[in-house]
Design a protein around this ligand. Structure first.
Ligand SMILES: *Cc1c(COP(=O)(O)O)cnc(C)c1O
Length: 352
């Protein structure tokens, strides 16, 4: 039985063309700045977002945490949404690695409204930390893959500029936001001092993320990358995969979004499934199962028996994610299995 793995867009394996690009990559020692494939990837990524410079690193957690460290001093404060990745899903990185406290703000499906920020800057006073940095996540994972509205980003940008704060974007899925809205990388890039972007999710590369920003900032990031143990040697093989993803796998994200709509349409018609019809904007579908129908545990187990893997996050909450390695036919198969398990009352009662 072929497994249909809908747990995450990190599960993709390199395509044949990507493997060929990797095999043929020119490489050198990147700690010496001598890997031509990495330099090419960094230059193309920086240019795409309209920034001066970029830095390749092994993971999105590392690029976010490098950026936070390079932007701050110990004792500074970062403002972010309470369920965001940099605060919630990176093992306390800001505190552990940078000595930075986080002021978290409840968002609407991951999105902070500009007005919520207005009174959040600490006065300059011996009692307080220095408010230094604001981090936004686009698209927002726990927010259901929600796209950060561009007018909100622009208003927050204006406010950070006026108040000499730094604005960072966790853009692990910025590509999905670009495709969902038609907003260009350059337009998003212009709103932020730095962005972290990921090649190993939607773009299908095996490893890697980049930070983009000014030349001076990226120079500081390079040193922090070394400090964090992220300086790699002949990693051009990985950069070649990332570059292949960047050149060939951005536009196709529209397919993943269409697949997510097909799945969402099926799921929301099923009894016991709680899914906000408007919440699916990109490739992520977060939904809840009414406990009277069964537990997420049970549903996940039954799906697994039928070759469908989904991500479980709590007793009722699950996530389904579309990506490069799931075909339209497999999406239809997955829909049939969901219908079989949850569709009619009779089968539902016997199965869950
Ligand atoms: C996946 C992800 C990251 C980075 O994750 P790594 O696994 O460390 O590459 C950062 N931010 C968001 C929103 C993510 O979903």
């Amino acid at each position: 039985m072929a497994i249909i793995d809908l747990r995450s867009d990190t599960v993709t394996r390199p395509t044949l063309a990507m493997r060929e690009a990797m095999a043929g990559a020119e490489v050198g020692d990147d700690v010496f700045g001598e890997d031509p494939s990495i330099r090419r990837l960094e230059e193309e990524t920086a240019a795409l977002f309209g920034h001066e410079s970029a830095l390749f690193a092994p993971s999105g957690t590392m690029t976010n945490q490098i950026a936070i460290k390079a932007h701050t001093q110990p004792g500074d404060e970062m403002i972010c949404e309470e369920t965001c990745h940099v605060y919630t899903w990176e093992a306390g990185g800001p505190a552990v690695l940078s000595g930075v406290t986080c002021r978290t703000i409840p968002g609407d499906r991951g999105v902070i409204e500009p007005g919520q920020l207005l009174d959040k800057i600490r006065p300059i006073n011996d009692h307080f930390t220095r408010t230094r940095l604001v981090a936004l996540e686009n698209t927002h994972n726990r927010g259901g893959g929600r796209v950060y509205p561009l007018d909100y980003i622009k208003a927050i940008r204006e406010w950070t500029r006026t108040n000499s704060l730094i604005l960072h974007c966790d853009g692990a899925r910025i590509w999905n936001a670009m495709i969902a809205t038609g907003t260009s990388a350059a337009e998003y890039g212009a709103q932020f001092d730095s962005l972290s972007v990921c090649f190993s999710k939607g773009l299908g590369a095996p490893v890697g993320s980049a930070i983009v920003g000014s030349r001076d900032f990226i120079k500081r990031c390079r040193k922090v990358r070394k400090l964090f143990g992220g300086g790699m040697r002949q990693a051009g093989f990985l950069a070649a995969a990332a570059l292949h993803g960047l050149r060939h796998h951005v536009d196709r994200l529209a397919e993943d979004h269409a697949h997510a709509q097909v799945l969402a349409k099926t799921l929301r018609q099923l009894p016991g499934v709680r899914l906000d019809p408007d919440s699916v904007e990109t490739n992520l579908i977060w939904f809840r199962l009414d406990p009277t129908v069964g537990s997420a545990n049970q549903l996940v187990a039954h799906l697994k028996e039928r070759g469908i893997l989904v991500h479980q996050s709590g007793p009722e909450l699950m996530r389904v994610c579309t990506h490069l390695d799931v075909s339209a036919k497999q999406i239809d198969q997955a829909c049939s299995v969901f219908e079989e398990l949850l569709g009619s009352r009779a089968s539902r009662n016997t199965i869950l």
